[in-house]
Design a protein around this ligand. Structure first.
Ligand code: SF4
Length: 157
C-alpha cells in the first residue's frame, strides 16, 4: 500500500504530508500512514482490521479531522439506509448525533461510550453490510486517531 500511495500515487494532491488513507469505499477502514506497509489483498487487509472492499483508496493529508470523517460515515449510512432494520436506520442517526456532541466537546466520556456501544450494536445486529460495516471507518478513526476525538478518549487509554 505504501508503494501504491507514495510511489505510484505521489502522496497527496496538495503536497501536504499523508495522514491516512481509507481503503475499500466509504465504509472501509482508515489506515494510518505508519501502517501502510501492508499487502493490498483480502487476507492482509482483513488481518490489519481493514478490508479490500471495492479496492478504492482515498488519501487524506494532515489537515483531515477524523472525528468529522467518522461523522461522515454515519451520515452516509443515514442517507443510504433502506430502512428495513433498526440498528442501521436509527443507529446511523444516533451515531451522527453523538458524533456532533463529541465534536462539540460535550460530555465526552459518556458520548464516546455511547458511540462504542452503538458501533458494536450496528456491527452485530444490522441485517446487511450497509449498517454492519458503517462502524468500520468510525472505530478505525477512534483507534488510530484518538486525539481527534477529545481528551476523554486519550485519558481513558
Ligand atoms: S443494514 Fe441493510 S437491511 Fe438494514 S436498514 Fe441498513 S441497508 Fe437496510
Amino acid at each position: 500500500m505504501r508503494e501504491l500511495v507514495e510511489d505510484f500515487g505521489g502522496g497527496t494532491r496538495s503536497g501536504r504530508p499523508v495522514r491516512t488513507a481509507q481503503v475499500g469505499g466509504p465504509l472501509g477502514a482508515y489506515i494510518p500512514q505508519s501502517a501502510f506497509d501492508v499487502h493490498m489483498d483480502y487476507e492482509s487487509l482483513s488481518g490489519s482490521g481493514a478490508m479490500l472492499g471495492h479496492g478504492g483508496v482515498v488519501v487524506f493529508n494532515d489537515s483531515v479531522d477524523m472525528a468529522r470523517q467518522a461523522r461522515f460515515a454515519m451520515e452516509f449510512c443515514e442517507i443510504e439506509s433502506c430502512g428495513k432494520c433498526t440498528p442501521c436506520r436509527i443507529g446511523s442517526v444516533r451515531g451522527k448525533e453523538t458524533l456532533d456532541k463529541i465534536i462539540a466537546g460535550a460530555n465526552l466520556e459518556k458520548n464516546l461510550a455511547v458511540l462504542d456501544d452503538l458501533c458494536v450494536l450496528m456491527t452485530d445486529a444490522s441485517l446487511c453490510a450497509m449498517g454492519g460495516l458503517t462502524p468500520m471507518p468510525v472505530t478505525s478513526a477512534l483507534k488510530h486517531f484518538p486525539e481527534d476525538f477529545g481528551s476523554a478518549r486519550q485519558a481513558a487509554e
